[in-house]
Design a protein. Structure first.
Length: 166
């Protein structure tokens, strides 16, 4: 049995100690926004925050989450898509297939928390999640736009990145 604080709610789950946090979130708690991608913490589709730190949940055993730790999933970012990153993603049509996007959003939220106005280089270094559709230019534009929204600049950008620039 594990006691977890997920998105501000207490959960008692019956799982083996070595069960990955990802499967606990998806199958025991029913939060399916966090995705399985590779199972070896490389792709980032399973990204969540634990005590504010970006964490790949597919390779983290649930026993590593201590009582009092706060787990934040994509579902906990905002219930109504009002987080600046979510707003930017929708405004710029960042996702293509969308599979990796919950992990991309979690990584972008973590980056902007540490670096409110990142450069392209900082974005490229921090956003290590894999997008098989290759929307990296749109992801970068989305991070920049989210930084603008978070800083109070809400006017829409001149143009969305196109297929040629993406």
């Amino acid at each position: 049995m594990a006691k977890l604080n997920i998105n501000g709610k207490a959960h008692d789950v019956q799982v083996e100690a070595d069960t990955p946090l990802l499967w606990t979130l998806r199958e025991q708690v029913g939060l399916t926004g966090t995705k399985y991608g590779c199972g070896v913490a490389q792709c980032g589709a399973c990204s969540v925050h634990i005590n504010g730190q970006l964490t790949r949940s597919c390779s983290m055993p649930v026993s590593a989450v201590k009582p009092g730790d706060k787990v934040l999933t994509i579902e906990g970012i905002s219930r109504n898509n009002s987080h600046p990153v979510q707003q930017a993603w929708a405004e710029l049509d960042v996702p293509q297939c969308g599979y990796c996007q919950s992990g991309q959003i979690m990584a972008a939220v973590a980056l902007l928390k540490k670096t409110p106005k990142p450069t392209d280089q900082q974005i490229d270094e921090a956003m290590t999640n894999i997008c098989r559709c290759g929307t990296y230019q749109r992801i970068r534009a989305g991070v920049h736009r989210a930084a603008e929204i978070a800083s109070g600049r809400t006017a829409k950008p001149a143009a969305k990145p196109t297929a040629k620039s993406a």
